[in-house]
Write a protein that binds this ligand. Sequence first.
Ligand SMILES: *[C@@H]1O[C@H](CO)[C@@H](O)[C@H](O)[C@H]1NC(C)=O
Ligand SMILES: *[C@@H]1O[C@H](CO)[C@@H](O)[C@H](O)[C@H]1NC(C)=O
Ligand SMILES: *[C@@H]1O[C@H](CO)[C@@H](O)[C@H](O)[C@H]1NC(C)=O
Ligand SMILES: *[C@@H]1O[C@H](CO)[C@@H](O)[C@H](O)[C@H]1NC(C)=O
Ligand SMILES: *[C@@H]1O[C@H](CO)[C@@H](O)[C@H](O)[C@H]1NC(C)=O
Ligand SMILES: *[C@@H]1O[C@H](CO)[C@@H](O)[C@H](O)[C@H]1NC(C)=O
Ligand SMILES: *[C@@H]1O[C@H](CO)[C@@H](O)[C@H](O)[C@H]1NC(C)=O
Ligand SMILES: *[C@@H]1O[C@H](CO)[C@@H](O)[C@H](O)[C@H]1NC(C)=O
Ligand SMILES: *[C@@H]1O[C@H](CO)[C@@H](O)[C@H](O)[C@H]1NC(C)=O
Length: 595
Amino acid sequence: MDSVRRRRRSAGTCAVLFLLFVLLRQCLAGDPYAYYEWEVSYVAAAPLGVKQEAIGINGQLPGPALNVTTNWNLVVNVRNGLDEPLLLTWHGVQQRKSPWQDGVAGTNCAIPPGWNWTYQFQVKDQVGSFFYAPSTALHRAGGGYGAITINNRDVIPLPFPLPDGDITLFLADWYARDHRALRRALDAGEPLGPPDGVLINGLGPYRYNDTLVPPGVTYERINVDPGRTYRLRVHNVGVAASFNFRIQGHNLLLVEAEGSYTSQQNYTNMDIHVGQSYSFLVTMDQNATTDYYVVASARFVDAAAADKLTGVAILHYSNSQGPASGPLPDAPDDQYDTAFSINQARSIRWNVTASGARPNPQGSFHYGDITVTDVYLLQSRPPELIDGQMRATLNGISYIAPSTPLMLAQLFNIPGVYKLDFPNRPINRPPKLDTSIINGTYKGFMEIIFQNNATAVQSYHLDGYAFFVVGMDYGLWTENSRGTYNKWDGVARSTIQVFPGAWTSVLVFLDNAGIWNLRVENLDAWYLGQEVYISVVNPEDSSNKTVLPLPDNAIFCGALSSLQKEQSHRFQYSEASQIARLWKMVFLIAWLVLW
Ligand SMILES: *[C@@H]1O[C@H](CO)[C@@H](O)[C@H](O)[C@H]1NC(C)=O
Ligand SMILES: *[C@@H]1O[C@H](CO)[C@@H](O)[C@H](O)[C@H]1NC(C)=O
Ligand SMILES: *[C@@H]1O[C@H](CO)[C@@H](O)[C@H](O)[C@H]1NC(C)=O
Ligand SMILES: *[C@@H]1O[C@H](CO)[C@@H](O)[C@H](O)[C@H]1NC(C)=O
Ligand SMILES: *[C@@H]1O[C@H](CO)[C@@H](O)[C@H](O)[C@H]1NC(C)=O
Ligand SMILES: *[C@@H]1O[C@H](CO)[C@@H](O)[C@H](O)[C@H]1NC(C)=O
Ligand SMILES: *[C@@H]1O[C@H](CO)[C@@H](O)[C@H](O)[C@H]1NC(C)=O
Ligand SMILES: *[C@@H]1O[C@H](CO)[C@@H](O)[C@H](O)[C@H]1NC(C)=O
Ligand SMILES: *[C@@H]1O[C@H](CO)[C@@H](O)[C@H](O)[C@H]1NC(C)=O
């Protein structure tokens, strides 16, 4: 009797202890880690039928996908196998408190050829479709990109039924010249000229027309099952072209723009500008008498150029009865009509009731009610000669990257590296080269208006944040333009287009301390200096609460070169993970003893 009761009691105690252990383990384990080993190197490719050099990661283009869940920690060891300094940047990943991981020249010294550098960051409070790409020189023109897909935690509902599959597509304009030749052209003051083709997932077009596409080109084939619904994550990772994306016979139900769920709407085609990402739900509701064309054609070019600048992949149903045939689905016929594309852009709205990465509705942050504290009107012009060099500007300033990254100069109090005097309006003075950046106000609410006085569509991207897109129109922006702003369901995203001769306004809450890159995504203009940084400093922070400390493995350069040690390949645990390990050990021992 007694012994039975004792056994029962000890079983109960054990159950309680076990529960406690499980809870403790959950506490201590924290957010999961995912580890990646990457080598970036030149790879041979022939996407347009002619052999040339591309940039691959672990030999692949597109590179490996980072498919993770909100709040995971990513540890990505990047070995630079190129013959030039390299940085990868995590496009759309906000790097909250962690500008040291952003991977642009203002925050990081580039990884020298033959060296490696381990990025470590948490994808905090984000969901959606993003990508990584090189930020150095014109490397992105050669590839080096891949997917970052951040899935929602199981407890957070999707605003649509779980799709039957996930398909990522990278659209990119492509040159037959390699990235060095393209850079030489820009250095010599020449424009890049039109690209030679359009790639989908690093592959050339399906041979939809024997005259236009040479034989033997490998194309992308997307295999699907009839009746299913897939989530297509589509990114424009190219040099400068805007694309119109469409699938023969199928609707595109837009559900996400760069980490925000949109109000769901069907489109027969969608304009995707350089640096932009969207998710569409596509239902395989056709009869599969043939395969179907998946098309990305360059926007706002004449018909002859469009023929060459068309990427074509194949959508293949498992019950398909034959190859795709006939003409491609039509592109919008609006080369000289400015309305269609801007109206489509305006129709993209935030779903204010959907949960984002957290259970509270996306729209619970009422951006329209917040008082703007700083206004920046940023005007671009066509590239122009400054001190004998062809350069691109914002408000008449062409950014010069200092040899010491801005963030390092700030941390080590190195004077004279940059100035916090970027003008908040275009100024009537000759253009100049400078390292002048925007002095942002921590927790300020900034309005930025991009005024495009150049001749092509440009898109702008802000690191560290998502901004609310509140207005877009042709002509010059004036104070009265604010009357047209969408103060309710403008979508929060990180990359927005500005049509030529038009403006786009965004609002951003500067709650992420750091020095963040604001750039044109068109690679030629970016390379020529059409970028700026926004410095956001919490004046009350003395304990690294708003910005994490400089990582142990930071690379030093410029004025700080003397701090750089020869690279050793000894793995070093960070202090935090050592303490976590220690605690885990203590509890494990305690548990074993109690058991
Ligand atoms: C990505 O991860 C999610 C969640 O773990 C999984 O369901 C999905 O199949 C993965 N997708 C791919 C393309 O591997
Ligand atoms: C192929 O393209 C050429 C040039 O645009 C065009 O003249 C021809 O009609 C096309 N062929 C077919 C079969 O569509
Ligand atoms: C979108 O189109 C599909 C057909 O392709 C249809 O089933 C669906 O109801 C449409 N959704 C909306 C929101 O219009
Ligand atoms: C399949 O759909 C196409 C396009 O809608 C149509 O022309 C064709 O007749 C259909 N075929 C069958 C067998 O239903
Ligand atoms: C918005 O999100 C909710 C989920 O909270 C969903 O039920 C609804 O269909 C979405 N509305 C639109 C128009 O996408
Ligand atoms: C930058 O802005 C802060 C307020 O956010 C101000 O205290 C500081 O003086 C400014 N610095 C310069 C150089 O203008
Ligand atoms: C650029 O600005 C000039 C002068 O303000 C104006 O005449 C011209 O129309 C503008 N061009 C575009 C494309 O906005
Ligand atoms: C903050 O981080 C810096 C290095 O980035 C370090 O020198 C300093 O000691 C840290 N301060 C505190 C209070 O942890
Ligand atoms: C380079 O990689 C090795 C592992 O191969 C790692 O131990 C080391 O920390 C890395 N170096 C840097 C600076 O991240």
